[in-house]
Design a protein around this ligand. Structure first.
Ligand code: FES
Length: 142
């Protein structure tokens, strides 16, 4: 023996299921957009800690800064500089040229000083600076 569900009740059930499925689809589609538009500070801790011993004078230490390449170096004893490693021309990642003590962009030959100032090539502005402080034997960046 089967029981008949009234058409109105069946319609309400189908509408509820469709609305729930639609809300789920909207959330799944909107989440990546929300993450993309969220400011960096909203993604977690703001500072990155790097042991001072890893930043050797004359060499560059590349690291991940909130999902983007960054670099810290010690151009003079006890002086630390942290920069975005993203070229300000078209966004390539710069490389450290130890012999010349400067950054060079592999894409179009842009050159930057150890402090991020433009030395040559097409980059329109310096590498973005990131705050860095020495706290004990750790460099706190950001
Ligand atoms: S992207 Fe760096 S010089 Fe063009």
């Amino acid at each position: 023996m089967t029981t008949q569900v009234p058409p109105k009740q069946r319609r309400n059930f189908l509408f509820t299921m469709l609305a729930g499925f639609g809300a789920l689809l909207a959330a799944a589609a909107g989440w990546p957009l929300f993450r993309f538009l969220s400011p960096i500070a909203a993604t977690g801790g703001s500072q990155v800690a790097i042991p001072r011993s890893e930043v050797v004078s004359g060499k560059a230490h590349f690291f991940d800064y909130h999902g983007k390449p960054a670099v810290v170096l010690q151009p003079a004893a006890g002086k630390f500089v942290a920069l975005s490693a993203v070229c300000t021309h078209l966004g390539c990642v710069v490389a450290w040229k130890e012999q010349a003590s400067e950054f060079e962009c592999p894409c179009h030959g842009g050159r930057f000083s150890p402090e991020g100032q433009v030395l040559g090539g097409p980059p329109p502005k310096p590498l973005e600076s990131i705050a860095v402080v020495l706290d004990g034997d750790q460099l706190k960046i950001g």
